[in-house]
Design a protein around this ligand. Sequence first.
Ligand code: CMP
Length: 139
Amino acid sequence: MSGNKTFTIIKPTAVKNGYTGNILAIISEAGFKIVALKLVRLPFKGAEEFYKVHKDKPFYKDLCIFMSSGPIVAAILEKENAIEEYRKLIGATNPEKAKEGTIRKMFATSMQQNAVHGSDSDENAIIESNFFFSGIEMV
Ligand code: CMP
């Protein structure tokens, strides 16, 4: 059975452009409960660690430079069937392929600067949540 939590990041360009409030409102209106939330700046090494599954991809280094280029908002979200529901809400990784009404369609500017990250499995949601939040930061 699928779990009820996912992890998300609002990426540097979306934060810089002032979309944090709009994106969090869309997330809440879609029925997700925010159970952890913080504004942080990832060091380059932290971005390398977070995205290490992509370390052999040609876009890895640029992605890590981008993700450490400015503040990001990290959050843990709760809803039934959270992984799938959230991936539907944010749309395709490539914003050109994202459906109308999805967060990436509305706020992304490129594949790399695609507004938000969303976990792709229950296992990764736990790993990613624990990367950013300690136990007392999750309500
Ligand atoms: P995200 O959901 O954060 O997970 C991995 C990220 O890698 C993805 O969103 C994109 O930002 C980035 N990414 C994936 N594929 C490409 C690509 N072909 N070119 C550039 N960036 C990519």
